[in-house]
Design a protein around this ligand. Structure first.
Ligand code: FAD
Length: 311
């Protein structure tokens, strides 16, 4: 167990975690940040151009943005640990965060910023072509697909919303759904079905993605007959859901029915005193780098206020 009781430990290294670290470090809280062992930097490490993060008129590559945030957090004295937090004990006045070597780090406040993972299809080439035609976010990437043919996988409200949004840019949007009816609410489904730019590939799943450097085609498998067909396509948006990375805190922190950490109204505070949460870990709705960074800032300010009241 570490001798020292730190002021604040931050778990997670996307825009939320790094921004919380920048604010906490500038407030002289000497934060410790666990950034993860394999996927440090968060979701934007897996993308190419980010065009909607303010301050970069020409856009910026996702990994460059995240490395800049990391450097900014370090510049003000954040201690960055390239490891996973493997266990958290968050009740009580002193919180405990265990690393992968079993070392227990202690702090008076903890900021949870573990993000969430988009569900993948689990097929070959999905990761290789991520950011090269394969996307999980229409708001982020739709503008790259002007006059292109795009497919959206999924049958829920999110898939309908993505498909409808993408018609602003695309030549044609094909919604691919495993069944012959949608899960989406009637209003969302109706809007998509009435849209002249949207077609439906019913009883179909994506079994392959073709293309050297970017998506050029997809292979559809008929879920009833098992037959395959290759369809030319320049974009594939996957909208089959996302899972918040809240498994470490399931038994301690209040979660909603989908596993997102619940925060108090107008605050980043959780049900546990001294424990704050931010970013996509709490956010069903906006799920953008700027909103994650904004809530990371709020979590650091809330933690700072909490610690000041203890002193
Ligand atoms: P994340 O970015 O998910 O970061 C959390 C990170 O914390 C994890 O990746 C991991 O490294 C770390 N972590 C998790 N658990 C632990 C643990 N136990 N111990 C230590 N570390 C841990 N948004 C935009 O605004 N513009 C875009 O152009 C854009 N493009 C995108 C492209 C793709 C392919 C994807 C997937 C997302 C995109 N987004 C974009 C959305 C944006 O990336 C997310 O909204 C944002 O990254 C969420 O930030 P976060 O800090 O909450 O979590």
């Amino acid at each position: 167990m570490s001798e020292k009781i730190h002021d604040v430990i931050i778990v997670g290294s996307g825009p939320a975690g790094y921004t919380a670290a920048i604010y906490a470090a500038r407030a002289a809280l000497e934060p410790v940040l666990f950034e993860g062992s394999l996927d440090s930097g968060g979701a934007l490490m897996n993308t190419t151009e980010v065009e909607n993060y303010p301050g970069f008129a020409e856009g910026i590559m996702g990994p460059d943005l995240m490395l800049a945030m990391r450097a900014q957090a370090e510049r003000f004295g954040t201690q960055i640990i390239t490891d996973d937090a493997t266990e958290l004990k968050l009740t009580g006045a002193v919180k405990e965060v265990t690393d992968s070597d079993g070392v227990v780090w202690r702090s008076r406040a903890v900021i949870l910023a573990m993000g969430s993972g988009y569900r993948k299809l689990g097929i070959d080439d999905e990761d290789r072509l991520s950011g090269r035609g394969v996307s999980w976010c229409a708001t982020c990437d739709g503008a790259f697909f002007r006059n292109k043919d795009i497919a959206v996988v999924g049958g829920g409200d999110s898939a309908m919303e993505e498909a409808t949004f993408l018609t602003r840019f695309a030549n044609k949007v094909t919604v691919i759904h495993r069944r012959d009816e949608l899960r989406a609410s009637a209003i969302m489904a109706g809007r998509a079905k009435r849209d002249p730019k949207i077609e439906f590939a019913w009883n179909s799943s994506v079994s392959g993605i073709g293309g050297e450097n970017s998506v050029e085609s997809i292979t559809l498998t008929d879920t009833v007959t098992g037959q395959h067909r290759e369809v030319p396509m320049q974009g594939l948006f996957i909208a089959v859901g996302h899972d918040p990375r809240s498994e470490l805190v399931t038994d301690q922190v209040e979660l909603d029915e989908d596993g997102y950490v619940l925060t108090q109204p107008d605050s980043t505070g959780t049900n546990l005193v001294g424990v704050f949460a931010c970013g996509d870990l709490v956010d069903h709705t906006y799920r953008q780098a700027i909103t994650a960074a904004g809530s990371g800032c709020a979590a650091a300010l809330d933690a700072e206020k909490y610690l000041a009241a203890l002193d």
